[in-house]
Design a protein around this ligand. Structure first.
Ligand code: PLP
Length: 387
């Protein structure tokens, strides 16, 4: 696919299939090379041979190609890759200086909450945690705490709550707060927080963007590439050095080529499994915004397109021991943390987070992959039959 300024804008599926388009100008290869150089020469007049290439920590052509593709998916002004989702989140969090305030949605990815608590405790940043699914209370919290940064996760992990992103974004704008949405569990094909009014969107690229459970990465995208916050985040990536390795970026770009197909199948599987488990006599409750009975369904319908994501949680009718027995009896679902990979995973979050976390002992978090849906249902059917 040659680049043509006059061609109509391509759909995300086409952009993704071609890995962002173009080919290696040196060889005509349809797949870009992996840049391995960490340093780049200057000519006899001390000008860089290529103005875009100076040192490996700053940038390289493969970073830019991948970031440009992700920015197009997000409808963003610009994107930056990081060494992990947490490195991306940390760069955003560090935009808030000592004396500032962060308001974070409660009940989100435990690692983000743990990082925020620790970071704020030793940097003099005030941290407030509040349930974003209660819109009017969350809006009151914004008015009362006057945050510099509001952090949402849509949908949230592991409770699959859906915040009203446009309403919160409007209030943040009025209050002069930066809004960042972690949309990892949705993917940019399902949720576009920038179009809903957020300033920044963040993803753990370790999850569905790559989709093969074989790299760590993160990405932040900004609606306004000329903002002071974005300048800080870009400088932070370069100066604090949380860059992705070129090989990982190459793997990510390869993974992205099939993102649309994977997301389509994973969303369909998650929806079908959620419906199946919701009707199962041994399941107490399914947490999935795709279900019409889910409290977040109307908000999810209004904000998401093409499905409701591949993450869901279930509460088993039984004790912690029963729930662990079910987990142990699953054979297609692998017992491992993480989400967004082509293989289905199951996790007993209570075992990981412990009694103080508030995670119910009978909760299982499922990341639904691309297997045949009948095999996924049969796996649960067999496992649930043992309690
Ligand atoms: N955000 C969410 C919603 C996550 O689930 C995770 C990891 O599980 C992260 C961020 C952190 O990403 P990483 O593990 O790539 O640092």
């Amino acid at each position: 696919m040659a680049e043509d300024a006059k061609a109509p804008a391509l759909h995300p599926e086409s952009l993704l299939a071609h890995g962002g388009g173009g080919f290696d100008p040196a060889t005509g290869a349809v797949v870009p090379p992996i840049p391995t150089a960490t340093t780049f020469v200057r000519d006899e007049n001390y000008a860089l041979v290529d103005g875009d290439h100076l040192y490996g920590r700053d940038d390289n052509a493969l970073f830019r190609k991948t970031e440009t593709l992700i920015a197009a998916l997000e409808g963003a002004g610009d994107s930056r890759l990081f060494a992990s989702g947490m490195a991306a989140a940390a760069a955003v969090v560090r935009t808030v200086k000592p004396g500032g305030t962060i308001l974070v949605q409660s009940g989100i990815y435990w690692g983000t909450t743990a990082f925020l608590r620790d970071h704020c405790a030793h940097t003099g940043v005030a941290l407030h945690e509040a349930d974003a699914a209660d819109l009017s209370a969350f809006c009151d919290d914004i008015a009362a705490t006057k945050p510099d940064l509001v952090w949402l996760e849509v949908p949230s992990n592991p409770y699959l709550k859906v915040a009203d992103t446009p309403a919160i974004a409007a209030l943040c704008q009025e209050a002069g707060a930066l809004l960042c949405v972690d949309a990892t569990a949705a993917t940019p094909l399902v949720l576009k927080p920038l179009a809903l009014g957020a300033d920044l969107v963040m993803h753990s690229a370790t999850k569905a963007l790559n989709g093969h459970s074989d790299l760590l990465g993160g990405v932040v995208s900004a609606s306004d590439k000329d903002s002071a916050a974005w300048a800080f985040i870009c400088a932070e990536r370069k100066m604090a050095g949380a860059v992705m390795g070129s090989f990982e970026v190459w793997l990510l770009l390869r993974g992205l080529r099939t993102l649309a197909l994977r997301v389509e199948r994973m969303n369909a599987n998650a929806m079908a499994l959620a419906e199946y488990l919701a009707a199962h006599p041994t399941i107490e409750r399914v947490l999935y915004p795709g279900l019409e009975t889910d409290p977040g369904h109307a908000l999810a319908r209004a904000q998401m397109t093409g499905g409701f994501g591949s993450l869901l949680s279930v509460r088993v009718k039984g004790s912690r021991e029963d729930t662990l027995k079910v987990t142990g009896a699953l054979s297609l679902f692998q017992r491992a943390t993480s989400l967004g990979g082509v293989e289905s995973l199951v996790e007993h979050r209570f075992t990981i987070e412990g009694p103080g976390s508030g995670v119910p002992e009978n909760l299982l978090r499922l990341s639904v992959g691309i297997e045949h849906i009948e095999d996924l249902k049969a796996d649960f059917d067999r496992a649930l039959a043992i309690i």
